[in-house]
Design a protein. Sequence first.
Length: 325
Amino acid sequence: MRWIPRRLRALAELDAPMAVTLLEPAALMRTLEEVLHAKRAADAEDVAQGRSPQVFAESVFEHMLQRHGTEVEATRHLNVLAHSLKASRATSRVVLAMRFLGLHERPLPPPALRVYLAVFCGLLSGSNGARGRVERGEAGALYVDVVAFEAAAAASGSDETPTELVGAVVAAVEKADGTELKQQADGPLAGLYDLDEVLRITMTVWEEAMDQPEAQMKAAFDAYDTDHDGCLDTTEFARLVKAFRPHCDDRTALVMFREALDVGKERGCTGGSLTPEVFVEIAHKHQLFDANNDEHAQLKQLWERKVRGLGSGLGSGLGSGLGSG
């Protein structure tokens, strides 16, 4: 289902067909909550089976397929979700969902989604050991205190939310208290923070921590080393490359992998897998994590031309008879 991220972006670029009934805010929040939990569960199963996790857009489509039974219905609901996100008020949960799905000009990579899922799903599943407070508000809003957030993050495991990250987020929340982040003043939510705002700060802190190229590369390497042997084989490497460069085809990824193996041999490495050191060298050379390079700009222009060319076909094929989500 590697075509799903491309189809989702194409749908989002098109004007919503007249027959599409967009999700109301509360329904959109519930849908996002469902797909986030589904992604968390799917990732756990993939890890248990030794498989590389799907990208988020693929996981969302798989969830829609399981729920609605056919690819036609799954695509219909994917269409509704994409346009509902575009049309919705830019809340933190909506913006982050668009960044994870690749529908935003500043996409977030899979390692960031793992951190987000660990905290979001951990809080709602009670894996924080019942510490702190987690409450539901109106229209799907969620509220927490710092104790609950810190406990859920700590319970998720050091690989997903390292202690340094948790501490940095708590410090950022405390610093933002009373300015960009406000506690609820009264009623049953008194003293609590909007969870989506806390998670927005979490992602900001994560991005700052990953801003150093070496840290970002190491995080990506660890995330895609699914068998945890300290190396990347050809399948793991190809999935990593496609996660950060969706337009990269299998042949290009294989050429990069073989080049990396040659570099490894020059460094005295043997075997058919990449060590972290060799991976970092190749990632630097090919600017794997740089979204501002020339290749990215050319691909973006090519994609925009394809979207314009596909517009009428997609609109007529998916826009007829669409109802509410």
